[in-house]
Write a protein that binds this ligand. Structure first.
Ligand SMILES: [Mn+2]
Length: 305
């Protein structure tokens, strides 16, 4: 029976490409695995898949009775609803320790690097398995995406090293230019509904017994949002009510200016204000140098909630 490998809900490029790359490695090592996904493919990931000639993993949302590997997450809130009825064989991730547990021993590759695909690259090296050229190109793109072309504070020397080695295998000299091309695709926010935009890269966290959802959009120029702020706030309010959330935050990250505009809809606004030492009377605030949700947003929210 094939084991399934998948990333978090509302998957990003790291989750989709990580499922494909880890599945390829596992199969080379003699296991039978299938990459899957828990949600739609976003425009950036579509661009990468098309660029390297891969098809998207199959959409699969239930895993009761199945064996699974998780990549790029280990939070219950980002898991399939029936995760407790699945057998977790292993986890490959670069996030904080989550709240999932298992009944039997498992394989864990968890490291504080900027991208899950950096860890998968290290696994290929560990096992001495060669990475095919096009797969290397995709893994390189996942690293450029997660580390915001090395600008994110989550980026480590291991990420830049893995990225450069993958670029070499993929025979791509100007990988930063390809990274920029990816972020320009990502910046096209005009062809989506406001709800889709808030949910495009959205993660729920359980904080002190309440649900806090944090979305992030990374663009090359924040002015694209100027005419749609009110509608974004409306969509955030709706998402907050529908999902029974205490707080919904949207990070509008400017990858050139290197900072984020924080939009907040919350029943605990003073906690969010305290977390970042800001005033949120207008519902929004600019945070210079803030680019990483996992490193610069979530820990400070957790502290207050
Ligand atoms: Mn990731």
């Amino acid at each position: 029976m094939s084991a399934y490998i998948f990333g978090h809900t509302t998957p990003d490029s790291d989750s989709i490409i990580g499922a494909i790359s880890l599945s390829y490695l596992k199969n080379q090592l003699g296991e039978d695995t299938t990459p899957t996904r828990q949600g739609d493919i976003n425009p950036e990931t579509r661009f990468i898949l098309d660029r390297f000639g891969f098809k998207a993993p199959e959409l699969k949302r239930t895993y009761a009775g199945e064996s699974v590997y998780l990549i790029d997450f280990m939070e219950r809130s980002q898991s399939p609803k029936d995760i407790d009825e699945a057998t977790i064989l292993g986890i490959v991730d670069h996030h904080k320790l989550g709240d999932l547990t298992t009944n039997s021993p498992l394989e864990m590759w968890v490291r504080p690097v900027g991208c899950s695909n950096t860890i998968v690259k290290q696994m290929f090296d560990y096992y001495g398995v060669e990475i095919p050229k096009d797969l290397a190109g995709m893994m390189m793109c996942a690293i450029l995406s997660d580390t915001v072309i090395f600008k994110s504070p989550t980026c480590t020397k291991e990420d830049t090293k893995a990225c450069k080695e993958l670029a070499k295998i993929a025979e791509i000299d100007d990988y930063k230019a390809l990274g920029m091309e990816m972020f320009i695709v990502k910046s096209d926010v005009l062809n989506a509904t406001k709800e889709e935009l808030v949910l495009r890269d959205f993660k729920d966290f359980n904080m002190g017994g309440v649900k806090v959802g944090v979305g992030q959009l990374e663009v090359v120029d924040l002015t694209v949002f100027d005419s749609m702020k009110d509608e974004l706030f409306n969509a955030m309010r709706e998402i907050k009510e529908k999902g029974d959330r205490d707080t919904v935050i949207l990070l509008l990250t400017d990858i050139i200016e290197e900072g984020s505009q924080l939009l907040v809809v919350s029943d605990s606004i003073s906690k969010v204000e305290k977390a970042f030492n800001v005033n949120l009377d207008s519902g929004e605030v600019w945070l210079p140098k803030v680019m990483s949700r996992k490193k610069q947003i979530i820990p400070f929210l957790k502290q207050q909630f």
